[in-house]
Structures are given as structure tokens and as C-alpha cells.
Ligand binder design. Structure first.
Ligand code: UDP
Length: 135
């Protein structure tokens, strides 16, 4: 199996709920290593740039408003099949549809305030990691 890296963001709702440690425990217990991390308040420009692929979607402005509403915790995770493994830990985008025991089922309130971001492919992960951590 391939050792991969993926980008994870603990979004403002989960940071406000004080569950960074609980989410980190899930990464660690699944064998994912936190190899870089930074807590920061995103600027609008950073949030818009990060979600540029969704620019034309109806929810884009609300998404950016939400992502700048408080600090986020950004981390690069490394491990076997890290991209898919993190997506499995996260659960479906809409927490109402997320499997029991996933991060979104346990910590998210709605499809917009859904606790975590995770890269959806290896190529996207490389771009997203570089966006926040450089090379
Ligand atoms: N989103 C939203 N409303 C929607 C769909 C998505 O607010 O109807 C937000 C949500 O925060 C989601 C993000 O946009 O996490 C990116 O959407 P994507 O489809 O890439 O979902 P993800 O990869 O985060 O599961």
C-alpha cells in the first residue's frame, strides 16, 4: 500500500466546540501521523483561493463566510492510503448521511458547518498541502 499525504482542516465549528484533540485521536488511532500543523484565522482571500473549484456554486459565499468565522486547525496527515482513510474517518459531506462513528456524524451540525475538510484525491492533496505549508 502507498504511503500518502493528505490535507485536513478542522473547521471553525469544531474548533469552537473544543474537539481538536478528539479529532486528532481519531487520526492517530487510524495510523495517520500529523506531519505538519498550524492554527490560523483564514483571510477571505485564503478561503476563496482554497475553495476556488466551488466558485460558481450557490453555497460559495456562505462557505467562505463560515471558513473565516473563527480559527481553523490545518494539518498534513501521512500514512498508508491517507487520502481515502481520512475521507472514511470524516464521513459524508452531510452529517445526516454520515456513517455512525465518523467525525462528521459525531461532531458536525449541518452540511455547511461540517467539522472537517479532507482532500479528495492524491493530486488535490499535494496542491492543498502546498497551499498552506509550501513545499
Ligand atoms: N457545502 C455546502 N453546501 C453544499 C455542499 C457543500 O455548504 O450543498 C460545503 C461543505 O462545507 C463542504 C464544502 O462545501 O464540506 C466542500 O464541498 P465538497 O462537495 O467538496 O464536500 P467535501 O469534500 O468537503 O465532503
Amino acid at each position: 500500500m502507498a504511503i500518502e499525504r493528505t490535507l485536513s482542516i478542522i473547521k471553525p465549528d469544531a474548533v469552537a466546540k473544543n474537539v481538536i484533540g478528539k479529532i486528532y485521536t481519531r487520526f492517530e488511532e487510524a495510523g495517520l501521523k500529523i506531519v505538519a500543523a498550524q492554527m490560523k484565522q483564514l483571510t477571505r482571500e485564503e478561503a476563496e483561493g482554497f475553495y476556488a473549484a466551488h466558485k460558481e456554486r450557490g453555497f460559495f459565499k456562505d462557505l467562505v463566510d463560515f471558513m473565516v468565522s473563527g480559527p481553523v486547525m490545518i494539518q498534513a496527515l501521512e500514512g498508508e492510503n491517507a487520502v481515502l482513510k481520512n475521507r472514511e474517518l470524516m464521513g459524508a459531506t452531510d452529517p445526516k448521511k454520515a456513517d455512525k462513528g465518523t467525525i462528521r456524524a459525531d461532531f458536525a451540525d449541518s452540511i455547511d458547518a461540517n467539522a472537517v475538510h479532507g482532500s479528495d484525491a492524491v493530486e488535490a492533496a499535494a496542491v492543498e498541502i502546498a497551499y498552506f505549508f509550501g513545499k
